[in-house]
Design a protein around this ligand. Structure first.
Ligand code: SF4
Ligand code: SF4
Ligand code: SF4
Length: 422
């Protein structure tokens, strides 16, 4: 095992291989306050990549209803339970000196799936703590959709008291997921054939279909269960991050880096994807005007999914504001309270950056904000609040302007003679 720096955990961590990082890393932010589970993302991926024979059970993009839903079923509870059994009572965070770029969430004192594997398995035979889901667990990607949390210990009973603001007693939310193209991929670490690799240009994790022999070690190891086995070809497959679009080689892209199919199809406009600059230790290099850098490191509203697993995933989530905090802290780590406070009363810049989601299919590399007049003054979440009609401008790889948009949506009044037409 090598020692690598994991900035999500605020410490060095063990990984089977030495660290090596791309210049820019594929990453994304999902604002799950806005997801409506329309499954357009799910179907965009399905109709592009997994519509063939043998792929019927594969949903590289999926949206599951938490707390009960999961694809495969209970994937997160199962791996968390295995870690707890391996390190009873030890899976905890200490805030310590958190808040810096190398340890924004404090320090994770527990064991990752790589560290726990050392005393759970024979180290010669397995490098990652994991499990292989059963066929039944892959069968119902939409199970428990729209089912809220009920009363503890009472099946199918809602809590009639409703809310305890700011959180709800009866709650659910939609968790949209794809492969996280992790910085320390468990799938890659576990592959005995070395058939899985991380592209040096964008950090996208791919399975070499000619090298794979279908041992399913990646399926077992990926804690997010985003590597899947295909029975008729006897090899494993996973999300390819729509790499021809990201690389700008898709005919539709006109040579410019383009967001993936699942991002571009998002009806709720919850998704933004980008390519972030990395430092030599895998931390994000300072890039103040990059929208993802801003959301993760400056506004601190977007958090990694289950960072304690140790793969340093490159998917980030703005947590749902109505969900009880202990559940969210388990899922997104100790940064949840600050993220939700900042999101509840967004400052001028955050409100501007939130307008960038899904205005274009091209990947945004930089943004600027031009200040506009005040358009509202009042209270928000018990605090005085002023709203300004600023203009936010997005720029592409070559520094070209992609689009500009304002905080206030424009109002179009149809002429009287065309009242019922566009
Ligand atoms: S999410 Fe899973 S499949 Fe994707 S890179 Fe990470 S470990 Fe591999
Ligand atoms: S990035 Fe592309 S391949 Fe991956 S889940 Fe989204 S649509 Fe599917
Ligand atoms: S398309 Fe967007 S809003 Fe619809 S389910 Fe997917 S992530 Fe949610």
């Amino acid at each position: 095992m090598a020692n690598v720096h994991n900035w999500h955990l605020g410490r060095d961590a063990e990984y089977p291989y030495d660290a090596r990082f791309p210049e820019r890393q594929f990453a994304f932010v999902f604002n799950i306050n806005r997801c409506i589970a329309c499954q357009s993302c799910t179907m965009a991926c399905k109709s592009t990549w997994t519509f063939s024979k043998g792929q019927e059970h594969m949903w590289w993009a999926n949206v599951e209803t938490k707390p009960y839903g999961g694809y495969p079923q209970s994937w997160d509870m199962k791996i968390l339970q295995k870690l707890e059994e391996s390190n009873p009572g030890g899976q905890i965070w200490s805030r310590g000196n958190g808040g810096q770029a190398r340890n924004p969430y404090g320090r994770f004192e527990g064991e990752t799936i790589f560290e726990a594997a050392k005393h759970t398995f024979d180290p010669e035979s397995a490098r990652v703590l994991g499990y292989l889901p059963t066929d039944e667990e892959w069968n119902s990607p939409n199970i428990w959709e729209d089912n809220p949390l009920g009363k503890r210990g009472k099946r199918d009973q809602l809590d009639k008291e409703g809310t305890e603001l700011p959180t709800h007693k009866t709650w659910f939310f939609y968790l949209a997921r794809i492969c996280n193209h992790c910085s320390y991929p468990a799938c890659l670490a576990a592959c005995p054939r070395k058939a899985i690799y991380k592209r040096p240009e964008d950090g996208i994790v791919l399975i070499d279909q000619k090298e794979c022999r279908g041992y399913r070690k990646c399926v077992e190891a990926c804690p997010y269960k985003k590597s899947m086995y295909r029975g008729n070809t006897r090899v494993s497959e996973k999300c390819v991050a729509c790499y021809p679009r990201v690389a700008g080689t898709d005919p539709e892209s006109g040579g410019q880096p383009m967001e993936t199919r699942c991002m571009a199809a998002c009806i709720g406009q919850i998704r933004m994807q980008g390519l972030v600059k990395l430092d030599r230790d895998g931390s994000w290099a300072t890039d103040r005007q990059h929208p993802l850098y801003y959301l993760v490191h400056v506004a601190k509203v977007a958090l990694p999914l289950y960072p304690q697993l140790g793969t340093q995933p490159n998917g980030y989530y703005i947590p749902p504001s109505w969900v009880p905090r202990p559940y969210l802290r388990q899922m997104f780590g100790p940064g949840v309270d600050q993220a939700l406070d900042n999101y509840a009363v967004p400052d001028r810049e955050l409100l501007g950056v939130l307008q960038l989601f899904r205005r274009s299919n091209l990947i945004i590399y930089r943004y600027e904000i031009e200040e506009g007049p005040m358009i509202y003054e009042g209270m928000r979440s018990g605090k005085p609040y002023k709203l300004y009609n600023d203009t936010v401008i997005a720029f592409g790889r070559e520094g070209q302007e992609i689009f500009r948009t304002t905080i206030e949506e424009p109002v179009y009044v149809r002429p009287r003679e065309h009242a019922n037409s566009i």
